[in-house]
Unconditional design. Sequence first.
Length: 476
Amino acid sequence: MTAPGVREIAAAVRCGERRAVAVTEAALAAIGARESGPDRLNAFLSWDAECALRAARAVDALAPVARGPLAGVPVAIKDNICTADQPTTCASRMLAGFRSGYDATVVRRLRAAGAIIIGKTNLDEFAMGSSTENSAFGPTRNPLDAAGGPGGSSGGAAAAGGAGLGPAALGSETSGSIRQPAAFCGVVGIRPTYGRVSRYGVVAFCSSLDQVGPIAADVRDAALLLRVVAGRDARDATSVARPLSELDEPGAAAAGLVVGIPQEYFPSELDPGVARICADAVARLRDLGAEIRSISLPHTEHAIPTYYVLAPAEASSNLARFDGVRFGARAPDPISIRELYEESRARGFGPEVKRRIVLGSYILSSGYYHRLYARAQQVRGLIADDFRRVFASGVDVLFSPTAPTPAFRFGEKTENPYEMYLSDVFVTPSSLAALPSLSLPIGRLGNLPVGGQFIADQWHERVLLRAAAALEESYR
Ligand code: GLN
């Protein structure tokens, strides 16, 4: 990508070589041109030139030393993250036109670092999906292949990055929604350790899994964004105080690292093109001086079923607030309170969200709670133990494909939700285990990018970033 990246823009704005206003105008012009033309991506659900330019003028007015580590950097925000001055819709009819009136902590931290909130990006409704086809406002297209989807649920954020519409974005993951679209759109996406980043102001889907993370063109740009948004937040009791030095600008060195290759992540059904590109990446890691070790994560096959018990259960509870009274669009002229609830929810939610609410309510109903929910929590523990054992044996980081195939086409998996769920096989176990993980581009099949995934132990983002930066450099 030739467009200037995060560090380059921030350095130029800090020293006065470029004005934040000029950077912002250029970003708005690019978004406006791409999103109104015939090859519209639908990556952005909204953008607000006035707000963005006001913020940019404020950055330019500061003394250079006060401009911050992201001075003048346009950042796109997934539309399930609250922004005081712009709508937050979760790509749902339920929240069309909704304004939160306050900033999520991650957004507040971006602004304090000098970043410009440029617009809000498309997603699967309430972040439920893997293709962005579940958006109530139409799917996003993959900038690299019009027939292919961008992945999801942070498909808008990843597509914006892949199309060069701005240097950075924030996405969110419950299980894979940053890494998988990043892989499909040829950009870098990081899922931080659970608790590294505040969830305050992020519309809750599955609270025990949700995390916000950055999407950018390269590892170091993404790492810088992560360092800005990370840190304990008194408003999120699950956020944890950890030294920011754990996220310092990563050196690029794989020498001496022990890289584990999970055999379960290279099944015989793996797309042969993806397998070949991954084998090449592993060879590169070896050439860089890493020790490659085959390892096993025996409970991998249980991750998807476990996730689809836990996530709908938590979602059904979290989404109860959208009833047309507390939150969400209210059905017109209900004749009773019951009809008000039923009609508002029937009209507001799309089919996938309804499917999950029904499933989740069933899972949490008396008699099933212990059989299903409590059981899934136990299996989640076994999956986490798999990783714990491997990291305790001296493995520093794991490497695998991010997804079993490159970007799939529109409609390819919408008929069969279970097929769609299976596209997350390699990203779900680490999510359940609360581990940090990263996807970076490692090759292409035709036009379509292929992503490689690193997974590290909890709070070991440093080794994750270091290994990824080293592999990334080997392609330059
Ligand atoms: N694809 C998964 C789902 O549909 C994960 C989504 C996410 O990470 N938000 O729930």
